[in-house]
Write a protein that binds this ligand. Structure first.
Ligand code: SF4
Ligand code: SF4
Length: 420
C-alpha cells in the first residue's frame, strides 16, 4: 500500500504553478461537519488562525528623537503616555532610542500598549517624551513611517486549549479575563480560545509547526521563533515576530478590562498537509477539543466542557432600529474596544472584537449573538463575554489563503522542531 505524502517544497512548487489547493480551517471543519469526505488528494494547505487578548505581546522600536550629541542617554521614555523600557542598547550620544513597549503597559485605565500599537499601525502621530540621564526632557512626535525598526514580538501567543473562567464565590472579582468584574457564585462564564480554528489545535503534535515557520501576525508576514513561556506539550503556545509596518489595524489593538488595559493580537499559520495523519488532526472539531473551566481566583480547574459548548455564532450584530437612545448607554460604558458610538448608533466593525458583552448590557436588546449557556455541576451558567474573536480569526485565515493562492506567500520548512 502506498503511503501518501508530500513535502513543503512540492507544495511551494504547486503555489508557484498556481495549482495549490488551500482551505481555511473554517472551510475544512464545515465540510467535515457536513459529512464531506475530504481526502489527502483534495487539499494541500489548511490556513488556521486565532485572534484574541494576548498579554504576552510587546513591541521593539528604534527611532531618532533628537540630533546627535543632544543628550548622553535616555533613562525614561513614554509614547502617548505609555511607559516604555529603555534599551538594552544605550545608543550613547546618538539621539536615538531603542525601547520595548509591553502590550499591557498603560497610561491610564483606558489606554495601554495595545491601543498604542494600533495607533502606530494606523500611521497616527504619537507623542514621545524622553527623560535623559543628565536630567533633560525632550518632547517630540513620531509616526510609524519615521520608526525604521518596529517589530511586534510575543513571549507567548496563540495558546492551544486556553481556559474558561467562573467565579465560584459570592461577590465580584476584577480580572483581565472579563470586561466587567466577574460575578459569582457561578453567575457567568467567560472564555478564551478559537477552538477548531486555532493553529495549534489543527497541528496538536507540532508535526508541521516549528522554529522558522512563516506566519501572518496581525496581517504582516513573520516567523515563529520558538515556544513561548509556560508552554507545555499539553498546552503549547508560541513565540513569534513580525514587522509592524505591514500590519493591519483590524487585527490588533487595545482591550479594556476591569484589571487594566490588555492587548489584542492575531496569528494565521499555514498547515501543510504533508500526510494523512496531518489531515486527520486538522479535521478536529470544536466538539473534540476540551475547554477547562477554572476558578478565576487561583485558576484551578473545576469543570471540563468543549469548545462546541461555547462557540455558536462568531459575529455580534446590532439593530439600530431597536436602540432607544438611553441617557447613559451601558454598552458604551462596557465595550472593551470603544467600538460603539451611541450618539450615531453605529458599531465600528474594524474595532469591534465580537466579545458579546454588549448583548447583556443593552437594555433594549439591540445587540444579538448566540453566546449560549453551559451546564456546570447542574447549574446553568450563561456565557457573557468572549476574549477571542473568531470572526476576525476567520478573516485572517482567509487573507492568508488569498495570499497563498496569488503566490505572494510561500511556506517555509521549520529549521527545528519545537522542544519542551
Ligand atoms: S443601552 Fe442599548 S438601547 Fe440604550 S443607548 Fe445603548 S445601545 Fe441604545
Ligand atoms: S461585541 Fe459589543 S461590546 Fe464587544 S467590542 Fe463589539 S460592540 Fe463592543
Amino acid at each position: 500500500m502506498s503511503v501518501k505524502r508530500r513535502t513543503i517544497s512540492e507544495i511551494n512548487e504547486k503555489i508557484r504553478g498556481g495549482e495549490a489547493v488551500v482551505m481555511t480551517a473554517r472551510e475544512l471543519c464545515d465540510a467535515v461537519r457536513g459529512g464531506e469526505d475530504v481526502r489527502f488528494e483534495d487539499v494541500d494547505i489548511v490556513t488556521a488562525a486565532t485572534c484574541g487578548v494576548m498579554s504576552g505581546t510587546f513591541a521593539v522600536l528604534s527611532f531618532r528623537v533628537a540630533e546627535p550629541n543632544t543628550f548622553e542617554r535616555a533613562s525614561r521614555v513614554f509614547l502617548n503616555g505609555v511607559p516604555a523600557f529603555v534599551g538594552p542598547c544605550p545608543n550613547e550620544r546618538l539621539g536615538v532610542v531603542d525601547v520595548m513597549v509591553y502590550g499591557t503597559a498603560h497610561r491610564d485605565r483606558k489606554y495601554g500598549g495595545g491601543h498604542l500599537f494600533r495607533d502606530l499601525v494606523l500611521r497616527r502621530e504619537v507623542s514621545v517624551e524622553v527623560e535623559t540621564k543628565e536630567g533633560k526632557r525632550i518632547e517630540t512626535t513620531v509616526t510609524l513611517d519615521e520608526i525604521p525598526f518596529a517589530k511586534l514580538c510575543s513571549t507567548r501567543n496563540a495558546f492551544r486549549n486556553y481556559l474558561a473562567f467562573v467565579n465560584p464565590k459570592e461577590g465580584a472579582v476584577p480580572t483581565i479575563f472579563s470586561v466587567k468584574e466577574l460575578e459569582g457564585p457561578f453567575k457567568e462564564l467567560t472564555f478564551s480560545g478559537c477552538g477548531e480554528l486555532n493553529p495549534l489545535e489543527k497541528d496538536p503534535t507540532l508535526e508541521t509547526i516549528g522554529v522558522g515557520t512563516r506566519i501572518l501576525m496581525s496581517g504582516a508576514p513573520g516567523f515563529i521563533i520558538g515556544r513561548g513561556t509556560r508552554s507545555t506539550p499539553e498546552k503549547p503556545n508560541l513565540m513569534g515576530i513580525a514587522d509592524m509596518h505591514e500590519m493591519l489595524p483590524e487585527f490588533l489593538g487595545g482591550f479594556v478590562t476591569p484589571a487594566g488595559p490588555e492587548v489584542v493580537n492575531s496569528w494565521a499559520v499555514p498547515i501543510p498537509i504533508l500526510n494523512e495523519r496531518v489531515l486527520e488532526n486538522a479535521k478536529r472539531l470544536d466538539s473534540e477539543i476540551k475547554l477547562v473551566v477554572a476558578d478565576v481566583h487561583g485558576r484551578e480547574p473545576i469543570f471540563e466542557i468543549t469548545y462546541a459548548d461555547v462557540w455558536k455564532r462568531a459575529k455580534v450584530t446590532f439593530d439600530a432600529s431597536k436602540c432607544i437612545s438611553c441617557d447613559v448607554c451601558e454598552v458604551s460604558e462596557v465595550c472593551p474596544t470603544g467600538a460603539f458610538d451611541a450618539a450615531r448608533k453605529k458599531v465600528n466593525e474594524v474595532l469591534c472584537f465580537n466579545c458579546g458583552a454588549c448583548v447583556r448590557s443593552c437594555v433594549a436588546g439591540a445587540f444579538s449573538a448566540e453566546l449560549g449557556k453551559v451546564v456546570l455541576g447542574g447549574r446553568e451558567v450563561p456565557v457573557t463575554a468572549r476574549q477571542s474573536d473568531r470572526h476576525k480569526a476567520e478573516k485572517l485565515a482567509e487573507l492568508l489563503k488569498r495570499r497563498i493562492l496569488e503566490g505572494s506567500f510561500t511556506l517555509s520548512a521549520p529549521v527545528e522542531r519545537l522542544k519542551f
